[in-house]
Write a protein that binds this ligand. Structure first.
Ligand code: SF4
Ligand code: FES
Length: 163
C-alpha cells in the first residue's frame, strides 16, 4: 500500500482549516490529518524515533532516513499519515496519478477496529445525508461507540473493542 498524498488530499488540506499539519526533512514531507487517525499505533510501533506522541512535535522527520519514514507512513491504515517526496516533479506526478479515477472500490475490515473503504463512492448517513468520497479512504465505525458516526473517531481503541 502506498500512502503518497493524492491531489484531492492535498486540496483538502489546503482548503479546510481542520488542524492538518506537515513535517519535512527537505527530502520528504509527511502530512498528518488527526481526524482520520484510528489509533492503530502502526506508526508509533514501526518507527518510534520519528513518531512519538509523548513529545512535541510528535513527528520528528530527522529521526530516521526518508526511506524508513515513507515505509512506515505506508503502514498507516487510515491515511491519517501521507507523504510526498520533495524532489523533481514528484508533486506533479502525484497530482497526475491522483487525477485518474480509482478502478474499483475496496473495503477492508480491521481487527478490533473500523471498516476502511477506499475509492470513489457515496455514503448515505442515517439521516439521508449523502457524503461523496473520491480517491479517499473513509473509516466506518464498527464498535458502535464513535461520536462521529458513521465515521470512526478512535473510540474503539479507548473502550477495548474486540471482534
Ligand atoms: S491510524 Fe495512522 S497515524 Fe493513527 S496511529 Fe495508526 S498509523 Fe499512526
Ligand atoms: S470502530 Fe472506531 S470508534 Fe467505532
Amino acid at each position: 500500500m502506498s500512502n503518497k498524498i493524492t491531489k484531492s488530499e492535498l486540496a483538502e488540506i489546503k482548503e479546510k482549516n481542520n488542524g492538518s499539519r506537515s513535517y519535512t526533512n527537505g527530502e520528504v514531507t509527511v502530512y498528518w490529518r488527526s481526524h482520520l487517525c484510528i489509533h492503530s499505533a502502526n506508526c508509533l510501533i514501526g518507527l518510534p524515533k520519528v513518531f512519538n506522541n509523548s513529545t512535541r512535535p510528535w513527528i520528528n522527520t530527522q529521526g530516521a532516513s526518508s526511506a524508513d519514514i515513507m515505509r512506515v507512513v505506508n503502514t498507516c491504515p487510515s491515511r491519517a499519515l501521507t507523504y510526498i517526496k520533495n524532489c523533481g516533479n514528484a508533486l506533479s506526478r502525484a497530482e497526475k496519478a491522483a487525477s485518474g479515477k480509482s478502478p474499483e472500490t475496496k473495503i477492508q475490515i480491521l481487527n478490533n477496529g473500523p471498516a476502511l473503504i477506499r475509492g470513489n463512492y457515496v455514503i448515505t448517513d442515517a439521516d439521508g445525508k449523502k457524503i461523496k468520497v473520491e480517491n479517499e479512504v473513509a473509516a466506518i465505525c464498527r464498535c458502535g461507540s464513535s461520536k462521529k458516526k458513521p465515521f470512526c473517531d478512535g473510540t474503539h481503541h479507548k473502550i477495548g473493542f474486540t471482534d
